[in-house]
Write a protein that binds this ligand. Structure first.
Ligand SMILES: [Mg+2]
Length: 419
C-alpha cells in the first residue's frame, strides 16, 4: 500500500484498548537509507538516496529526500532531477542483510512466532506473551525502543487483531510511530479508507473495482460477494470482502521452522507405466500444494524422489521461476524431472514430491494471465480447498484440478518405456 492511499484524516488515535490485538507488524523506516545514516552520522538530516548509477532505480530514500517527491522504485535519473542536492549512496547489500539479521534477532527475543516477510518487515504474534512481557502495545513500544537503542534505527509498528490491519497500521504509523487499531475500531477504520489501502488490492484490481464504481472499502464491503467475485474472481472476491469487514484469519507463521512439505507413495506392485506414474505425481503435487496453502506458504524448489525396484533412490530438483502454492505448477516441474530420470528399464517402487525453499505467501497480485483470463488455476485450486473443507477430502480428486490433462488412473498399469 502506498502511503498516499491513506487520507490524513484517518491517521488519528483509534483508542487504547489492545485486548485481542495480539498481532504486530514491524516495518523498518526507509531501511537501506537509515542503515547508511546510522553508520555515517554526517548524513543525518540530509536527503539521502540509496541507488546505483545509470539506469537503476531508487532502492531507498530518507524522509528528507521523500519531501522532494523521491520514492523507492523511481528511476535514479528522475530522483536526481527532483532532488539535485541529495547525497547518493551506492547500495551495500551485505550491510543491510547483517542489520536485518540483528533486527530479526531483537524480534526473536520477544516471541518465537515471528514471520519475516522481507528484509525489513515482520509479523509477530504476541498474544501468548502478555503475562511475560505485558500488553501488545507495551511490547510494541519495547521493540521500537530496543531497535533504536541497539541499532540507531527507527521502525514503525502496527498493533491489531489481524495481519492485514496490523500491516495497514504500521504504514499509517510511519515514520517512527506506533499505531494500535483496537478490535472494536477495525471496521470503522477500514471503512474510512480507499479500496487500494487494502492489502492485496494492486493497480489492476483497483482499476477493475473502479469500473464498477467501487472506490472505497466501505463500498466494497457493501457489495454483494457474488458480484465481487464476478469482478475480481472467486477467491480474491471472497478474500477482499472478508478483509473489508476485518475478517482475516491468517495466522502468523514462523517460516523458518518449516523447511519443506512433501508426500510420497509406495506402490503395491512395481511399475514401469509412465502414465500411471504421472497420475501419482499429480496426486502428490496436489497434496503438497494443499499443505502449502493451508500453512500460507509458497515453495521455490520442487524435488522428485524415485526409488526403483532394486532399491536405488534417485532425487532430482528444480528451482522455479517464482514461488508457488499451485499444484499444477508443482506437477509440471515434477513431471519434467521424471522425464529427465534415466531408469534404464527398471520398474519403480516408490515416487515422491517435495517442495522446499519455503516463504510465506503474501496475498498475491494477479499475474498478467490472471488479469486477462480471470484468477486461473490458483483461484480454481483455492476454490477446491473450500469445497474439500466443506464436503470432506474425498469431494474432489486432484485429476479435476488439471482440467482433464491427466486423470488419476485406477486401471492396471500399462507397460511404457521410462528411459
Ligand atoms: Mg520498510
Amino acid at each position: 500500500m502506498s502511503r498516499s492511499a491513506v487520507p490524513a484524516s484517518v491517521r488519528r488515535d483509534w483508542g487504547e484498548d489492545d485486548e485481542g490485538c495480539g498481532i504486530l507488524h514491524v516495518d523498518m523506516d526507509a531501511f537501506f537509507a537509515s542503515v547508511e545514516v546510522a553508520r555515517r552520522p554526517d548524513l543525518r538530516g540530509l536527503p539521502v538516496i540509496v541507488g546505483g548509477d545509470g539506469r537503476s532505480v531508487v532502492l531507498a530514500a530518507t524522509y528528507e529526500a521523500r519531501a522532494f517527491g523521491v520514492h523507492a522504485a523511481m528511476p535514479m535519473a528522475r530522483a536526481r532531477r527532483l532532488c539535485p542536492q541529495a547525497v547518493v549512496v551506492p547500495p551495500d547489500r551485505s550491510a543491510y542483510t547483517q542489520t536485518s539479521a540483528r533486527v530479526m534477532a531483537v524480534l526473536g527475543d520477544v516471541t518465537a512466532i515471528v514471520e519475516q516477510v522481507s528484509v525489513d518487515e515482520a509479523f509477530l504474534d504476541v498474544s501468548g506473551a502478555r503475562r511475560r512481557l505485558g500488553s501488545p502495545t507495551r511490547i510494541a513500544a519495547g521493540i521500537r525502543a530496543r531497535v533504536r537503542a541497539e541499532l540507531d534505527l527507527a521502525c514503525s509498528v502496527g498493533v491489531a487483531s489481524t495481519k492485514s490491519v496490523a500491516k495497514l497500521a504500521s504504514g499509517m504509523a510511519k515514520p517512527d510511530g506506533l499505531l494500535l487499531v483496537p478490535r472494536g475500531a477495525t471496521v470503522e477504520l477500514l471503512h474510512s479508507l480507499p479500496v487500494e489501502a487494502l492489502w492485496g488490492v494492486g493497480e489492476s484490481t483497483r482499476e477493475r473495482l473502479a469500473r464498477w464504481g467501487i472506490l472505497s472499502v466501505a463500498e466494497l464491503a457493501r457489495t454483494d460477494v457474488a458480484q465481487l467475485q464476478r469482478i475480481v474472481g472467486q477467491a480474491l472476491g471472497r478474500h477482499l470482502h472478508d478483509l473489508a469487514w476485518g475478517r482475516d484469519p491468517r495466522p502468523v507463521v514462523p517460516v523458518r521452522q518449516e523447511k519443506s512439505v512433501g508426500a510420497e507413495t509406495t506402490f503395491d506392485t512395481d511399475t514401469t507405466d509412465l502414465a500411471f506414474l504421472e497420475a501419482r505425481l499429480l496426486e502428490l503435487a496436489d497434496t503438497c500444494a494443499r499443505q502449502l496453502r493451508r500453512r500460507g506458504l509458497q515453495a521455490r524448489t520442487v524435488s522428485l524422489k524415485v526409488r526403483t525396484a532394486d532399491w536405488q533412490t534417485l532425487t532430482r530438483s528444480r528451482t522455479l521461476g517464482a514461488p508457488t502454492d499451485v499444484a499444477h505448477e508443482i506437477f509440471l516441474a515434477a513431471r519434467e524431472l521424471l522425464a529427465g530420470v534415466d531408469l534404464a528399464g527398471r520398474a519403480v517402487r516408490l515416487i515422491g514430491v517435495r517442495a522446499d525453499q519455503l516463504s510465506s505467501a503474501q496475498v498475491r497480485q494477479p499475474t498478467l494471465d490472471e488479469a486477462v483470463d480471470g484468477p486461473g488455476r490458483r483461484g480454481a485450486e483455492q476454490a477446491m480447498d473450500e469445497v474439500r473443507r466443506r464436503f470432506g477430502p474425498g469431494a474432489l480428486g486432484p485429476g479435476t484440478s488439471i482440467g482433464g490433462e491427466v486423470t488419476s488412473s485406477t486401471t492396471a498399469p500399462r507397460r511404457a518405456d521410462l528411459s
